[in-house]
Design a binder for this molecule. Structure first.
Ligand SMILES: Nc1ncnc2c1ncn2[C@@H]1O[C@H](COP(=O)(O)OP(=O)(O)O)[C@@H](O)[C@H]1O
Ligand SMILES: [Mg+2]
Length: 341
């Protein structure tokens, strides 16, 4: 039995169905990252899990307890949003103590918990500050601390880093991963950012128009996208439709398209003998452009009328190809993800 179980959950607003009969499992101490285009139902799903909106049917179980009809405040679920909604007239400490005071915990216990989370989040120097005096990153750290101090059974984070600039965003992301390791919380985290999803998620769930099109470990999502939408989300594949597969590689009778990572393609000089790599497919290409991307060197190559991206690691001894040079590319069978849509 999973720690979080969402079963056959359906939510409609009047005549629009946001999602219908969806299922999701999250294990204890893991982060499930939810990604999908705007309007596909991510926030509504989080709100249903938090108890802020009522599903039309289905069941939500948390730690083996059916919470579908339990009031939000009794679910033990914490939420962090993109806009941190701290109390402006309270200091950081007071913001952190607020929820514990509502729960009528004894003073010394509140003090201890607040001090603990301040320490954990490195907020010591800002403990007496008010939100207006904090940077965006600090505010979001306080918002996270405010949720964590209540020791929720489940933490829901709705694009919590989206409003921050790239550098702070990366830092908080790393911090969140460390926190999860130290504290061991269970979370559902919504993001638009593929790097964030792959780095933070123990599991990544791709949502599209109110259904999950793929749920899997980051490596699985990255290497084996189930369809074009997933491939587009995890970016930068070469996509070959069945007719192109036949034309370029001579492999007929395909019904699915192929997705192949640029770094998974081998490239060698055209005069080199065909590789003995059993089962690999090969074709001749012409190098059209070469770009240094950083750790990778991207080669834009052309096979007949098809552009194929090939990446080589940017090592000092790497032989790069010249524009106009003829080359041969080879794709191992296990580097090919077959997609059905
Ligand atoms: N309170 C509401 N009343 C009516 N429609 C809503 C309400 N909240 C969300 N929706 C609709 O539900 C769909 C999913 O919205 P949302 O869950 O916010 O998507 P996401 O978070 O993935 O961007 C959208 O079509 C949105 O317009
Ligand atoms: Mg949303």
């Amino acid at each position: 039995m999973s720690y979080v179980e969402i079963r056959e959950l359906t939510k409609k607003f009047d005549t629009t169905t946001v999602f219908e009969n969806i299922n999701l499992d999250v294990d204890e101490g893991k982060i499930c990252v939810l990604v999908g285009p705007s309007g596909c139902g991510k926030t509504t799903l989080l709100r249903a899990v938090a108890g802020l909106t009522h599903p039309d049917s289905g069941v939500i179980r948390l730690d083996q307890r059916d919470v579908t009809k339990v009031e939000a405040k009794n679910r033990g679920v914490g939420m962090v949003f993109q806009h941190y909604a701290l109390f402006p007239n309270m200091t950081v400490e007071q913001n952190l103590a607020f929820g514990l005071e509502q729960k009528k915990l004894p003073r010394p216990e509140i003090r201890k918990k607040v001090d603990g989370v301040i320490e954990l989040m490195g907020l010591g120097p800002r403990a007496k500050a008010r939100p207006a005096a904090l940077s965006g990153g600090q505010k979001q750290r306080v918002a996270l601390a405010r949720a964590l101090v209540l020791e929720p059974k489940l933490l829901l984070l709705d694009e919590p880093l989206s409003a921050l600039d790239a550098q702070i965003r990366k830092r908080l992301r790393d911090e969140l991963k460390r926190l999860q390791h130290d504290v061991g919380f269970t979370a559902i985290f919504v993001t638009h950012d593929q790097e964030e999803a792959l780095m933070l998620g123990d599991q990544v769930a791709i949502m599209q128009a109110g259904r999950f099109v793929q749920i899997g470990a980051p490596a699985e999502i990255y290497n084996r996208p189930a369809n074009l939408a997933v491939a587009n989300f995890v970016g930068d594949f070469n996509i070959f439709d069945p007719a192109t597969v036949e034309r370029l590689f001579g492999v007929a009778a395909q019904t699915s398209s192929w997705a192949v990572r640029p770094e998974a393609i081998d490239i060698s000089p055209a005069d080199r003998k065909a590789s003995a790599n059993g089962g690999a497919v090969e074709t001749e290409v012409t190098v059209m452009a070469v770009q240094i991307l950083g750790a990778m060197v991207r080669h834009y190559t052309r096979a007949q009328d098809v552009m194929i991206k090939v990446d080589l690691l940017n090592k000092p001894d790497q032989r790069l190809f010249q524009i106009g040079e003829k080359a041969r590319i080879s794709i191992a069978r296990n580097a090919i993800a077959e997609m059905n849509e």
